[in-house]
Design a protein around this ligand. Structure first.
Ligand code: FA5
Length: 338
């Protein structure tokens, strides 16, 4: 056999072998391997081109054409086989995914109220039920409403305890919901009862019970004959509504510039915290200086005020020991509250 005849035979042999492999390839993946084996850069068919150098010049074009024709035929065969295998694979996949109409449906995930929002809604129901009118209050407040109007003497150290984030020298993120009192006093004449729930901000070292951003409910009432007994009755009722009938409340003397006398307000229940006392906030009788500064006759009117941390309530009710969890929006934590 001449050199040319020999390599032409090799082309035919390679093509025959490839055809057999293509026709028996069981799936598209093995077909791709066959394709690579024969038609890849150094594949068993493509690679035959290396013999070109040994072929007399006049016969080179004939040889080149023979290899290229074989390649084209093989490519077409692979293409057809690929479509057939792909169709079979798709059919098999559909068969596996067959719809079982007897399976129960999958529920789309439902959002629900955030535990803090639920708590605030409950607080609103309780105080509205006690005749308090709800007022929405802004996060940005004037320095004077946050401090001066509330009877803080200039440079009083109590202000340092409530350092916050300043927008300008006279505008800040409010440190206490009590800041709404001055606005009400300017616009309304007693008797009245108001409450607000809002975000408060403090430049605070964050830990399990303190955040730089938290919520407070703040309320005050001015009327004839308002006393510490009225305050204690109101906060007692509130505690029973929020925590159950066996709750007890405790007042201990405390200082806030805007109340006289001032107390801290703590609650305890056997069931929830094993009889331990847990502080919820501060309270007291509205300082006469404040009433007088707004032209209210202190011989006739007196008032009480209190402010409580909202996060404390679900912390106590559900035994949560880190208030940061409420703000982190981890669904694994939040989904447990229904
Ligand atoms: C006040 O803010 C007073 N305005 C409360 C008040 C109102 C007293 C009316 C008298 C009359 P105090 O700083 O203690 O007080 O905060 C009250 C409650 O807010 C705290 O008991 C706590 O429950 C919550 N609180 C305060 N700081 C933080 C904080 N950094 N993170 C989370 N909760 C806080």
């Amino acid at each position: 056999m001449s050199a040319l005849a020999e390599v032409l035979q090799a082309v035919t042999d390679a093509e025959t072998l490839a055809n057999g492999e293509v026709d028996t390839a069981p799936d598209t993946l093995s077909l791709r391997q066959v394709e690579n084996r024969f038609l890849g850069k150094t594949g068993e068919l493509t690679g035959l081109m290396r013999h070109l150098a040994n072929i007399p010049p006049a016969e080179k074009p004939g040889f080149g054409k023979a290899v290229n024709d074989a390649k084209t035929r093989l490519e077409e065969r692979i293409g057809a086989r690929f479509e057939a295998l792909k169709a079979a694979e798709r059919a098999e996949q559909f068969a596996r995914e067959e719809l079982d109409v007897t399976l129960p449906g999958r529920r789309p995930p439902m959002g629900r109220e955030h535990i803090l929002h639920m708590t605030m809604q409950k607080i609103k129901r309780v105080f509205s039920g006690l005749g308090f009118e709800y007022i929405e209050t802004p996060d940005i407040e004037e320095f004077r409403y946050n401090f001066d109007v509330l009877n803080y003497p200039e440079d009083h150290p109590a202000m340092d305890e409530q350092d916050t984030f300043y927008i300008t020298d006279s505008l800040l993120l409010k440190t206490q919901a009590t800041a709404f009192q001055g606005h009400v006093f300017e616009q309304r004449k007693p008797p009245f009862r108001f409450f607000t729930i809002g975000r408060c901000y403090r430049n605070e070292a964050v830990d399990r019970t303190h955040s730089h951003t938290f919520h407070q409910v703040d309320a005050f009432m001015v009327d004839e004959g308002v006393s510490m007994a009225t305050l204690k009755g109101t906060l007692g009722l509130f505690a029973r509504q929020m925590f159950g009938d066996d709750v007890q409340i405790r007042f201990r003397p405390d200082f806030f510039p805007f109340v006289e006398p001032g107390v801290d307000y703590a609650i305890s229940t056997q069931k929830l915290f094993d009889g331990r006392w847990v502080e919820l906030g501060g309270a007291g009788l509205v300082h006469p200086n404040i009433l007088e500064s707004f032209g209210i006759d202190t011989e006739r009117f007196s008032g009480f005020a209190f402010g409580l941390g909202v996060e404390r309530i679900p912390m106590m009710a559900h035994g949560v020991d880190d208030l940061r969890l409420f703000m982190e929006n981890d669904l694994r934590f939040l989904e447990q509250f229904r």
